[in-house]
Design a protein around this ligand. Structure first.
Ligand SMILES: Nc1ncnc2c1ncn2[C@@H]1O[C@H](COP(=O)(O)OP(=O)(O)OP(=O)(O)O)[C@@H](O)[C@H]1O
Ligand SMILES: [Mg+2]
Length: 497
């Protein structure tokens, strides 16, 4: 006889319990002898006594005689099934009253029957197999309930994260006291409730990202996804596969089918950042999505409908790009159904104090500082600075100040970075609203001169373009472009290349 796999007759609480029921003492004794080595054995002489034991003890398996005075074996096992459904039921039968036996088996009241006289080894094997099944079932029940608990926790966490994100990107994260920003808020509020395509324009760091999210989370699509893709960050084929997906084998390295962001954003919003960096082929494909609401994965011959709201952003002058034929005019008009221009910070200086305080609160919380505000002259420097990196530059400056603030409770001029606080570098306050051509030209020159000296200083101090860009609060790419335009670069050594 082959041995069954030994799952063990032990439960975590000790040996498993077995109840034996027979009106004949001799049979009980010999059954007990067969099984007592491995299990905790209980014996009962009547159905009533058996039920009492079952109510009291942890019983995994019952073996009952078929014919007994009073409650019959079948009746007893029916009751066991009703009140202790997990308990495994076996029936001992001396002569075959086949009718009631088959009925009991067919109705599922018993797991199997043991003919009298029994072979002790065989009985042990039967019992083991039955208990193996019982243990697996118990384990299943436990795992299923653990799974249900884990699932529920995940769902709660998910909900929490979603709320967290919504809170982070809700409208009220956007700060602006200036009339210019109030006009922006009005438009956001109006477009959020629609599916209109929006084009966000404005210099780097003016809040295009934040506004895109605000539009999504303030509208009906907030239950769907918000996905963002920087169109300037990838070569064309990769960008195409990111946005539209690909079929397996569409190009070298496409090992499996992949869904694109347009499909992921179905029912939600896709944010196409740096749309001005896209090449003509991509512009044609985007135009098709905008016209037909259809995408075609790379390498696929089938198109798919998607329901996606598109928000695009650029810090380029797209109209000029159109004039120079670098950007398709038809796409431009499709994108700017609504255009929201985010004015540079220097044109809305009245926003500076509120922004500065918000960033200070945030930095205090993040770094455990106790800064309660800015000295008057520190705030004056902020109001006078040119903020080429806009809100991002202000945010970075305040984080830097807070990091170095120690126990100070007020931000003073000496704590500011040299570009902003340094007396020789601070530019004269600019009168807002100067539109006379000559004045504007001088202003531009002055700003360029300032940019030049700040860039030189930053590169010399930090030793690399990347770190200088970080210090200046602008992307490295923008710094490079700016340097090229200002005629800087060749004459500045850069250790990192
Ligand atoms: N109105 C605002 N209120 C509060 N925080 C703002 C505001 N505008 C911008 N910020 C913050 O300034 C930083 C830069 O903003 P954001 O990334 O949205 O700029 P962007 O226009 O997308 O810049 P880029 O063109 O470089 O991508 C972010 O940390 C953002 O949270
Ligand atoms: Mg951005």
């Amino acid at each position: 006889m082959s041995q069954p796999p030994d799952v063990g007759a032990m439960s975590p609480a000790g040996p498993l319990g077995i109840l034996l029921l027979d009106d004949e003492e001799a049979i009980l004794e010999s059954l007990e002898m067969t099984l007592a080595d491995e299990y905790r054995v209980f014996t009962a002489r009547s159905g009533e006594e058996g039920l009492e034991i079952l109510a009291r003890e942890q019983i995994a398996l019952v073996i009952s005689d078929q014919v007994m005075p009073g409650m019959s074996g079948v009746e007893f096992l029916e009751r066991v099934e009703k009140h202790h459904p997990e308990t495994i039921r076996m029936m001992l039968t001396g002569y075959a009253d086949l009718g009631s036996l088959t009925r009991a088996i067919n109705q599922g009241h018993i797991y199997r029957y043991v003919p009298k006289p029994w072979e002790p080894d065989e009985l042990r094997l039967d019992v083991r197999r039955a208990l193996e099944a019982w243990q697996l079932r118990q384990q299943n029940v436990r795992l299923a309930s653990e799974l249900a608990v884990a699932n529920e926790r995940l769902q709660r966490e998910n909900l929490f994260l979603r709320r967290e994100v919504e809170r982070r990107y809700a409208f009220d994260q956007l700060i602006g006291e200036s009339p210019a920003m109030h006009r922006v808020f009005d438009v956001i509020e109006k477009v959020a409730g629609t599916d209109a395509t929006v084009l966000l324009t404005g210099e780097t760091g003016t809040g295009k990202d934040l506004v895109a999210r605000a539009i999504h989370y303030a509208g009906a699509r907030k239950a769907g996804r918000f996905v963002a893709q920087n169109c300037g960050a990838l070569p064309e084929t990769l960008l195409e596969s990111e946005l539209f997906g690909h079929k397996r084998g569409a190009f070298t390295g496409a090992h499996a089918d992949k869904k694109g962001l347009f499909e992921l954003a179905d029912g939600g919003t896709i944010f196409l950042d740096e749309i001005g960096e896209t090449r003509p082929g991509m512009q044609v494909r985007l135009l098709r999505v905008l016209q037909d609401g259809e995408i075609r994965p790379l390498g696929s011959s089938e198109t798919r409908k998607v329901d996606v709201r598109i928000i695009a952003a650029t810090n380029r002058d797209l109209r000029a790009e159109v004039a120079e034929r670098r950007f398709r005019e038809d796409l431009y008009y499709r994108l700017r159904v609504v255009e929201i221009h985010l004015p540079p910070l220097r044109e809305r200086r009245s926003d500076i104090p509120a922004l500065a305080h918000r960033f200070l609160d945030r930095a205090n919380a993040k770094m455990g500082r106790v800064l309660r505000g800015f000295s008057q002259s520190a705030m004056e420097r902020f109001m006078a600075h040119s903020w080429a990196g806009n809100v991002r530059e202000l945010e970075n400056e305040i984080e830097r100040v807070a990091a170095l603030a120690g126990e100070a409770d007020l931000v003073t001029v000496d704590m500011l970075s040299e570009e902003i606080g340094g007396p020789t570098r601070a530019p004269a306050p600019v009168a807002p609203g100067t539109t006379v051509a000559g004045v504007e030209l001088d202003l531009n020159r002055a700003v360029d001169a300032l940019k030049r000296s700040m860039i030189e200083a930053a590169i010399h101090e930090t030793g690399s373009k990347s770190r200088a860009a970080e210090r200046l609060g602008i992307p490295r790419q923008s710094l490079q472009k700016m340097m090229k335009r200002l005629g800087l670069g060749a004459d500045i050594d850069e250790p990192e290349g």
